[in-house]
Design a binder for this molecule. Structure first.
Ligand code: PMP
Length: 309
């Protein structure tokens, strides 16, 4: 991950204040128990418009506020307020390059005990500069993790909660220590879930296959975007079904999707070469289309782009 270069202002406790002053106490519930919920949203700099276009802002905020219910969170800011705050924080950064916007809701009370009801929550938001998160050109070498993906009924995977990222950190660290770029999580039943912070797609028998929303995954906004684009623009059938580990070894193409990862082709799994060992034609065509869409270059999908300035 790139070093964090924050925008000058963050939204904190109801106000826009200098990012360096947006700090919480060490006694904060969210810090002690991981009771936070967040989003990661990209803004793409579009040189021809000298503007930043935020990709699928509405969809991210919709997922965010719906998930408040899982963690019993209530804040005064509405979904519409939060959308405006994301735009405003980015605007106040003055950045004219790629950014990553991080709205966060956390249990803000200085209180003891891992409970969800009766603990006050607060909303905050910051923005940083962000380029590519992983190598999206040559393809990634990945390994199946010895860490299982947490089950949704242990720590809800469909909620992007701060505490759940211990699971991702363990898998990503193991993979990197062993010389791989990324991890693939299996579920307790041995089927494929996702990467450490990305969803997974496999091309097999001319169809694009991805694990279903009830398979201990974060139901990615990029995943939904790719499903729609592939069907509408590439004319491929998309199937949501469980994937066995060994299917990954024999598929034609494999790629990850995510706000950070974007569309990231995989060239090997557990040292087995996938396809030709280079990003395949479907992955490349999709990646190209995805970048044109997020940069606001495809009129039909311009509705997914929110200009900042
Ligand atoms: N799974 C996990 C665990 C993630 O952290 C992410 C990144 N947010 C994704 C999938 C991809 O989700 P999205 O496309 O919404 O960024």
């Amino acid at each position: 991950m790139a070093t964090m270069v924050p925008g000058e202002f963050a939204y904190f406790e109801g106000k826009y204040i200098p990012s360096v002053d947006a700090n919480i106490s060490i006694m904060t519930h969210g810090f002690n128990y991981g009771t936070g919920l967040f989003e990661g949203i990209r803004g793409y700099y579009c040189p021809s418009e000298n503007n930043i276009l935020i990709f699928k802002l509405k969809e991210h905020i919709d997922r965010f506020v719906r998930n408040f219910n899982i963690l019993c969170m209530e804040v005064p800011e509405t979904a519409a307020d939060i959308e405006n705050i994301c735009v405003e924080v980015t605007k106040r950064s003055g950045f004219r390059e790629g950014v990553y916007i991080r709205p966060l809701c956390y249990k803000s009370e200085l209180s003891l005990g891992p409970k969800l009801r009766g603990v006050e929550s607060k909303f905050c938001c910051y923005v940083i500069k962000l380029g590519d998160y992983c190598d999206i050109e040559s393809g990634l070498d990945v390994a199946v993790s010895s860490w299982r993906r947490i089950a949704d009924n242990a720590i809800p995977t469909r909620a992007k909660s701060t505490g759940s990222y211990i699971n991702s950190a363990l898998a990503a660290t193991e993979a990197k220590q062993a010389g791989f770029d990324e991890a693939v999580f299996l579920r307790e039943d041995g089927t494929v879930a996702e990467g450490s912070a990305m969803n997974i797609f496999m091309l097999a028998n001319g169809k694009l296959i991805t694990p279903p929303p009830n398979s201990d995954i974060l139901v990615g906004i990029t995943r939904n975007t790719v499903i729609e684009l592939v069907q509408a623009e590439l004319g491929l059938e998309v199937v949501e079904r469980p994937i066995a580990r060994t299917e990954l070894y024999i598929c034609d193409e494999l790629f990850f999707t995510g706000t950070g990862a974007q569309v990231a082709p995989v060239r090997s799994v557990d040292r087995r070469i996938i396809g030709s060992g280079k990003p395949g034609p479907v992955s490349k065509e999709l990646q190209d289309l995805y970048f044109r869409v997020v940069q606001g270059k495809v009129e039909k999908y311009r509705k997914w782009c929110t200009p900042v300035y």
